[in-house]
Design a protein around this ligand. Structure first.
Ligand code: GLC
Length: 482
């Protein structure tokens, strides 16, 4: 089975969010199970490619916006999984990420490369991810190619709406696209809506999120279109790359400790956590004490999704008097400013770091007692899985992938209703067990460390969807590309 996995970010070449991690690890897991898989990515100027050797595969022209543009395809091997990656290079559109042209152009370049046989790989399935790859199914139909498509939705809120002119630039017919009129009378296409309408199968990154998005509350305006595709919509929980996480642990944690039973020769988790906590309290200027519970927040500063306003209320409503916090993340500046002020006035209890730093994140996971995940919605979330590997219990809002990966009272804490008082109640519940019911707390930590979030099971579920796609193409009487 031959699959081309198309994506706009790929760790360690370029990572913006969780999609970069998934793109890095899922194709590797699929390859281990026998799928012939390759990845396609724009060749941005900012890609970190020093660690790999590049081979030029081909050069060709793509017509876009009335001009002939030269595209060079290079091939590299992913440094961790060895999955082959095609990089699409064009100086006008692909050097940087600029919606909509970068993605419209990238999508067309891929389809043309396949149609004109500029790459030797002949995919039977194209696996697209999020809005950045959303016009591929429409292009496939326009070009009359017999390739099946599956869309994975990592986040429904980023949709990519733009003027319908983009279709003229691509030279595709508007007949099959959904053109929506805005209040101002503009005629627009929506990349993600197009992907939902035109892909053969759709999945989201957790079973719960796949049900949530059918409702208005979580549907981000696309619930109607999604309901029409309900029978083709699945939910598959993301995994994490356990061996890579272990490497990061060993590399960045001051006192590394038992990690999923792999690093047997380091500290046991209780000693490791105690040493690391003291180390980080000291390093960050927090009051050094083993008796104050330490909560961490690691993630983007996105008030629409991540619940940082609810967390801010909780902090201001007295939590910083009793508990300590380390906050690591970057994003909306006005929110960074608010948090900065809070930290300045409470330096012994709150420490903020507005950067994206993988190494520091590992040290924080290892040092904290709990991880806060107050997200309003969360398609999957990866941090709870990483934290559990470190024996750090998540305290999370019961939504999306958080409710599929955390078992309340077993390996973490969940609360319902998105509000500061409910978040605080869950934190108090967690602290009570931590400080008063030590045996129960230990059992929970050990359960968290043992929870298996490897990709294996999820990769098998993806293969099942791929098989469904191929079975449907032989039913259609199509030959597929052999
Ligand atoms: C997006 C989602 C996150 C998910 C990730 C990978 O970043 O917000 O919940 O874990 O994609 O699928």
């Amino acid at each position: 089975m031959r699959v081309l996995f198309v994506v706009w970010e790929l760790d360690p070449f370029l990572k913006v969010g969780g999609l970069g991690d998934v793109a890095s690890s899922l194709p590797g897991a699929l390859r281990e199970l026998g799928v012939e898989i390759r990845i396609a990515l724009p060749y941005y100027r900012a890609l970190h490619l020093r660690m790999v050797r590049k081979y030029e595969v081909n050069k060709f022209h793509v017509t876009y916006d009335g001009r002939d543009e030269q595209v060079t395809i290079l091939r590299v091997a992913h440094p961790i999984t060895r999955v082959p990656v095609y990089l699409f290079k064009n100086n006008r559109y692909l050097n940087e990420s600029k919606f909509p042209d970068t993605y419209a152009f990238f999508n067309k370049a891929i389809i043309e490369a396949i149609k004109k046989r500029k790459i030797s790989f002949r995919p039977q399935i194209i696996h697209i991810n999020d809005l950045h790859t959303g016009l591929i199914p429409l292009l496939i139909k326009n070009y009359g190619l017999e390739i099946k498509t599956i869309l994975t939705i990592h986040n429904l809120s980023y949709q990519g709406e733009t003027n319908e002119i983009i279709l003229d630039k691509l030279g595709v017919s508007k007949a099959e696209a959904l053109i929506q009129k805005t209040k101002k009378g503009n005629r627009q296409v929506n990349f993600l809506a197009e992907a939902i309408r035109q892909s053969d199968l759709i999945n989201t990154v957790s079973p719960t999120y796949s049900r949530e998005i059918l409702k208005e509350k979580f549907g981000a305006g696309l619930d109607g279109i999604l309901r029409l595709r309900k029978k083709d919509l699945y939910g598959i929980l993301n995994g994490i790359d356990i061996s890579f996480s272990t490497l990061l642990h060993a590399k960045y944690v001051k006192y590394p400790f038992v990690y999923n039973g792999i690093l047997k020769h380091f500290y046991d988790w209780e000693t490791g956590k105690r040493y690391n906590k003291r180390f980080i309290q000291h390093r960050m200027g927090l009051k050094v004490s083993g008796n104050i519970p330490l909560f961490a927040y690691i993630g983007r500063f996105d008030p629409e999704q991540k619940g940082i306003e609810v967390m801010y209320q909780m902090l201001n409503q007295g939590a910083i008097k009793k508990y300590q916090f380390i906050i690591l993340g970057a994003g909306k500046e006005e929110w960074e400013e608010k948090y900065r002020l809070l930290c300045s006035f409470n330096p012994e209890m709150v420490s903020c770091h507005f950067v994206f730093d993988t190494g520091l994140a590992q040290q924080i996971y290892a040092s904290s007692d709990f991880l806060l995940i107050p997200s309003k919605y969360e398609p999957c979330g990866l941090i709870q899985m990483i934290a559990m590997g470190y024996g750090t219990l998540p305290v999370a809002h019961r939504v999306g992938g958080l409710s599929d990966s955390i078992k309340d009272g077993v390996n973490g804490f969940l609360y319902t209703n998105y509000s500061a008082p409910n978040l605080r109640k869950a934190m108090d519940r967690a602290v009570k067990i931590w400080s008063e019911r030590k045996e129960e707390y230990k059992k929970m930590v050990e359960a968290a460390i043992r929870t298996n979030f490897s990709w294996k099971k999820s990769a098998r579920d993806y293969i099942r969807l791929y098989e469904k796609l191929l079975a449907s193409s032989s039913k259609d009487g199509e030959s597929g590309q052999k």
